[in-house]
Design a protein around this ligand. Structure first.
Ligand SMILES: Nc1ncnc2c1ncn2[C@@H]1O[C@H](COP(=O)(O)OP(=O)(O)OP(=O)(O)O)[C@@H](O)[C@H]1O
Length: 259
């Protein structure tokens, strides 16, 4: 059984349709990268997969159960979300922020125990930000906040993790670290869904890719056959070529023809 699945899903806001025909199955031990141009509906799809937006059609199954029937706490035990790192209104330390990954799965009035604190500290260490534990989470840089939000999701210890552009504000070192974490999580048995504007990241870490094209048409499949130069050119309305390199694949703009 898929860890998270969408069946003939249509997503949007109110009556406005954003994307449809979405069939997606996230398997334990795999990374799926979601690509699409700005404003096409990636975050809208994520919010629907998380049970935060009702589907316009179709359904979302978490561990085989319709997510619409699960409580927030039941969802949080199985599914962790890393949102885009906008400056949040957190009046907490970074450690408190990571602990929130644990409390999401507890009852409303339960307080975190020693094991929860240990899991939160482990997650901060995994993201290389243990030294920020006592810092005010409202005073982090964009990249530091991104790493802290990933740590919060790791602390949740859910079987499925959904990340919305987790490398967007990161420097080269942290980008590579986060991609390593993404791959390691999958190799440890998690089902991981990551949105990105970098097709090269899909070639580097993903088992499968999914695209939402302009107009909301959805397609998913193995990375290399799906992310051809032709499809990427159409997706981003710019001519690109996909070059095989010794270390992976590189996507570059098609060189202008000599005049
Ligand atoms: N709360 C909302 N109410 C109504 N429309 C919305 C809302 N949020 C987003 N939209 C619209 O839905 C469409 C998809 O937006 P979404 O944020 O899902 O795109 P995205 O693919 O995540 O974009 P980006 O790559 O720029 O982050 C856009 O046309 C956007 O204007």
């Amino acid at each position: 059984m898929s860890a998270l699945a969408a069946e003939n899903l249509a997503v949007g806001h109110g009556a406005a349709r954003v994307a449809s025909g979405i069939d997606l199955a996230l398997e334990p031990g795999s990374v799926t990268c979601l690509l699409g141009p700005n404003g096409v509906g990636k975050t809208t799809l994520f919010r629907t997969l998380l049970g935060l937006l009702p589907p316009q059609a179709g359904r979302v199954l978490l561990g085989g159960e319709d997510i619409a029937r699960l409580s927030r706490a039941a969802i949080a035990r199985r599914l962790a979300y890393v949102p885009q790192a906008h400056a949040g209104a957190f009046a907490h330390t970074v450690l408190d922020l990571a602990v929130m990954g644990r409390t999401a799965t507890l009852g409303a009035f339960a307080s975190p125990g020693r094991a929860d604190l240990a899991a939160a500290r482990d997650a901060l260490a995994e993201m290389g930000i243990a030294h920020l534990a006592e810092r005010d989470a409202t005073r982090l840089s964009g990249g530091q906040l991104q790493l802290a939000l990933i740590a919060r999701a790791l602390a949740q210890k859910a079987g499925v993790i959904v990340m919305d552009e987790p490398t967007a504000s990161l420097d080269l070192g942290n980008r590579i670290r986060v991609l390593d974490v993404v791959r390691r999580l999958a190799d440890g048995g998690l089902a991981v869904l990551v949105s990105t504007h970098e097709p090269e990241q899909a070639f580097a870490v993903a088992d499968r890719a999914a695209v939402i094209e302009a107009g909301g048409r959805f397609e998913a499949g193995p990375v290399t056959p799906l992310l051809t130069a032709e499809r990427l050119s159409r997706l981003y309305s710019v001519e690109v070529v996909v070059e095989a390199t010794p270390s992976g694949r590189r996507v570059v703009g098609r060189p202008a023809r000599p005049r």
